[in-house]
Design a protein around this ligand. Sequence first.
Ligand code: GDP
Ligand code: MG
Length: 163
Amino acid sequence: DMPTVAIVGRPNVGKSTLFNRLVGKKLALVDDRPGVTRDRREGDVRFGGLHFRVIDTAGLEESDAATLMGRMRMQTEAAILAADVVLFVIDARAGVLPADQPFAELVRRAGCPVILIANKAEGGTGLSGAYEAFTLGLGDPIPFSAEHGEGLGELHEALKGVL
Ligand code: GDP
Ligand code: MG
């Protein structure tokens, strides 16, 4: 059976950009307006000899912020349950924000391997945010740029170790 990798994190950290980067097609809608309707997407990934399914979490449809976070939480929980590995994404430029914490908490309880991705760190930007990510208790962050395709080698190594 093909393993499943779930991409988890608060809105706007670059989950869909990472999904598209892994799948190699633009299946997920990338949008910098948090709260825009975005479907949950699944894709088939072949990545340097690895073969897995990837789930992008999103599905923001509510205008009410509280309901929205509730829906995101439920969708994130479902994705984590289905996952053999979780990719937890933060925005390294923003650092670790309070909004990251409920998602990190779900992931800490997941019981499957977690790979921590400090995204938007292209060209060495966001390094302090990447250091902050250590405080999440989810292991060593991989400085990454989904947009520019940086950190893919390290991500591949990490996935190879747990898939
Ligand atoms: P999601 O809500 O977590 O799925 O985030 P998106 O993938 O929709 O991206 C949110 C915003 O961050 C968009 O404007 C992206 O272009 C931008 N973004 C995503 N990845 C990167 C990255 O590696 N570097 C930079 N600078 N911006 C990024
Ligand atoms: Mg998205």
